[in-house]
Design a protein around this ligand. Structure first.
Ligand code: ZN
Length: 150
């Protein structure tokens, strides 16, 4: 099927030339993720500007799907707000697990829907997203001091 070839090309491209790969220093949040089913291991680092992901990088070693997913993810969430990124995480989770999930407006991320045909690899594709969600949660914005208007 042609669509599958297209998806495969996106995955192969992002595995061969991962975007935003490397160490980000200084980082506001750094979380390591591990998928014992496959042995994928990656670290996601974030630089936050207020509530926005100003920069994101990942490093580590994993299979083609885990690397490509992380590469696609960093491209997709850079510049997005924390809430937008978490909403995207939910959509990708649905895309990977629900045959009826829509990939409209997901751009290149739609390629991840091809992973649905290989249930054993879903955790490879979702690893980076879970890691991103933990990183965003570990970087809880500091509660603003109560402002007195008196
Ligand atoms: Zn894997």
């Amino acid at each position: 099927m042609e669509l599958n070839d297209l998806y495969r090309d996106v995955i192969l491209d992002h595995n061969r030339n991962p975007r935003n790969f490397g160490v980000l220093e200084p980082a506001d949040a750094s979380v390591e993720g591990f998928n014992p089913l496959c042995g994928d291991r990656l670290t996601v680092r974030l630089k936050m500007a207020d509530q926005t992901i100003e920069d994101i990088r990942f490093e580590g070693q994993g299979c083609a799907i885990s690397t490509a997913s992380a590469s696609l993810m960093t491209e997709a969430v850079k510049g997005k707000s924390r809430d937008e990124a978490l909403a995207l995480f939910t959509r990708i989770h649905d895309l990977l697990t629900d045959d009826d999930a829509s990939s409209d407006d997901l751009g290149k991320l739609a390629a991840l829907s091809g992973v649905r045909e290989f249930p054993a690899r879903v955790k490879c594709a979702s690893l980076c997203w879970h890691t991103l969600a933990s990183a965003l949660q570990s970087h809880e914005p500091q509660a603003l001091p109560a402002v007195s208007t008196e």
